[in-house]
Design a binder for this molecule. Structure first.
Ligand SMILES: Cc1cc2nc3c(=O)[nH]c(=O)nc-3n(C[C@H](O)[C@H](O)[C@H](O)COP(=O)(O)OP(=O)(O)OC[C@H]3O[C@@H](n4cnc5c(N)ncnc54)[C@H](O)[C@@H]3O)c2cc1C
Length: 345
C-alpha cells in the first residue's frame, strides 16, 4: 500500500490533520489503538476567543478563527452531522473589580466583537446569581466525540485506518520513504497526545495534565448558553449538561476522583436552585506545554517525520489551524514560526 502520510493517533490532532490532507487530495493511513478514554473523547469541546482569567485575547485568535469555522463547517458536512454549537459563553462577573475590568477590556477589544460591551442580567429563575454577566461571542462547543467516532467509521470503511498500537521499532526510515509493515509512505506524522513520551524519535517537553468532567441531567435548568461560573457549564441538549474541567499535574491516569465530583457538586449547588442528577464522570489527560504553545514540525534528522502535539486545553481551536500551517509548510515551503518549533528554547 502506498500513501502520502502515515498518521499515528486519531485524537483531534490526527483527525484534523487527516481531514486537511483529504481536502488537499493527499492519501493517508491512520494507526490508532482506539482507547476507550482519551483527551479528545472526554473533552468538553469548548472554543473561546478569550483567556477567561484576564479577558485578553487567546494567542493568534484572529488567525485561528479564519480556519476554524470553514474547517468545522466542512467537516460537519462531510460527516453529515451538526458539530458546531456557536451558542456563546456567559462569564459570571462576581464583583465590581471584575465587572469594571470587563468593561475596560471590552471597549479595547470591541472591534472584534468578542465581548459584549455591556453587563447583562440572565432571566432564568433557576440561577442564583442573575447579575452580572459578560457575553463572549465567537464561542461555543464542538461535538468532538462525534467527530472522532464518525471520522473513524469513515476511515475504517475506506480502509484508511488500522486499529493497532504503533510499534516504533518496526519503522524503517529512508530519506525518500517510510516503511511500516506493508505500508510504503512518503511521510509519517505522530499525533499521540500525552502518550508521545513513548515515542523514541521525539523528546517533547509535554506536561500531562489530567482533567475531569461530569455529565448531569436537569429537567428544569433550561440553559441555552454555556455559563462560566467557577467552572464551565455546557448545555448538551435533551436536558443534559457537562461541567468541567479540573487541572491536575500530579496524576496522569484516567481514574475519576471523589474530589472532582465533590468540587463540581458544590459549584452546581451554589450556582443553581433546581435539582440535578450526575449521570457520568470522565477523566482524560491533556498534552500541555510549559509555555502553553503547541508544537509542530519535522524531526531534526528525518525530514519526512513530523509531529503535531502540545494542544493543551485548546485542542479544538489549535488542531485545524496547526494542521493547515504544517501542511502548508510541507507542500508550499512556508515557514513555521519559531514559537511553534519543536526545538525552541
Ligand atoms: C477533561 C478535559 C476537558 C477538555 N476540554 C477541552 C475543551 O473544552 N476545549 C478544548 O479545546 N480542549 C479541551 N481539552 C483538551 C483537549 O482534549 C486536548 O487538547 C486534545 O484532545 C488533545 O488531542 P490529541 O489528538 O493531541 O491527543 P489525544 O486526544 O490524546 O489523542 C491521541 C490519540 O493517539 C492514540 N495513540 C497514542 N499513542 C499511540 C500509539 N503508540 N499507537 C496507536 N495509537 C496511539 C490514542 O489512543 C489517541 O486516540 C480537554 C481535555 C480534558 C482531559
Amino acid at each position: 500500500m502506498k500513501v502520502d502520510f502515515i498518521i499515528v493517533g486519531q485524537g483531534i490532532a490526527g483527525t484534523s490533520f487527516a481531514f486537511e490532507l483529504l481536502r488537499q487530495n493527499k492519501s493517508f493511513i491512520i494507526i490508532d489503538s482506539n482507547e476507550r478514554i482519551t483527551a479528545s473523547k472526554v473533552a468538553l469541546g469548548i472554543y473561546n476567543p478569550l483567556v477567561l482569567k484576564w479577558f485578553s485575547k487567546v494567542w493568534r485568535i484572529d488567525e485561528q478563527l479564519k480556519y476554524f469555522y470553514p474547517f468545522y463547517n466542512s467537516l460537519g458536512k462531510f460527516l453529515n452531522k451538526k458539530i458546531i454549537y456557536d451558542i456563546g459563553i456567559y462569564k459570571y462577573l462576581s464583583n465590581s473589580l471584575q465587572q469594571n475590568n470587563w468593561m475596560v477590556k471590552s471597549a479595547h477589544l470591541n472591534k472584534e466583537k468578542y465581548m459584549s460591551n455591556n453587563l447583562l442580567n440572565i432571566t432564568n429563575s433557576n440561577i442564583n446569581s442573575l447579575n452580572y454577566y459578560g457575553l463572549i461571542n465567537f464561542a461555543g462547543r464542538i461535538d468532538i466525540s462525534s467527530i472522532i467516532h464518525l471520522f473513524r467509521s469513515y476511515c475504517l470503511k475506506k480502509k484508511y485506518l488500522l486499529q493497532d498500537s504503533f510499534s516504533y521499532k518496526s519503522l524503517v526510515i529512508k530519506s525518500d520513504c517510510i516503511k511500516y509493515q506493508n505500508i510504503n509512505s512518503r511521510n509519517i506524522i505522530f499525533c499521540e497526545g500525552y502518550r508521545v513520551y513513548q515515542n523514541p524519535f521525539f523528546n517533547l517537553n509535554i506536561i500531562p495534565t489530567k482533567g475531569e468532567v461530569v455529565i448531569f441531567n436537569s429537567k428544569k435548568l433550561k440553559l441555552d448558553k454555556i455559563i462560566h461560573s467557577g467552572a464551565l457549564i455546557v448545555p448538551l441538549g435533551n436536558d443534559q449538561y457537562a461541567i468541567g474541567s479540573t487541572y491536575n499535574l500530579n496524576d496522569s491516569t484516567n481514574h475519576i476522583t471523589r474530589d472532582a465530583k465533590d468540587h463540581f457538586y458544590s459549584i452546581l449547588k451554589s450556582s443553581f436552585n433546581c435539582t440535578f442528577e450526575f449521570i457520568n464522570h470522565y477523566a482524560g489527560v491533556r498534552p500541555a506545554t510549559i509555555d502553553r504553545k503547541p508544537i509542530i514540525g519535522s524531526h531534526f534528522k528525518y525530514k519526512n517525520m513530523f509531529v503535531l502535539n502540545g494542544l493543551g486545553s485548546r485542542g479544538v481551536m489549535y488542531a485545524p489551524y496547526l494542521s493547515k500551517v504544517l501542511i502548508n509548510s510541507i507542500y508550499s515551503s512556508s515557514k513555521i514560526d519559531d514559537e511553534l518549533q519543536i526545538y525552541r528554547n
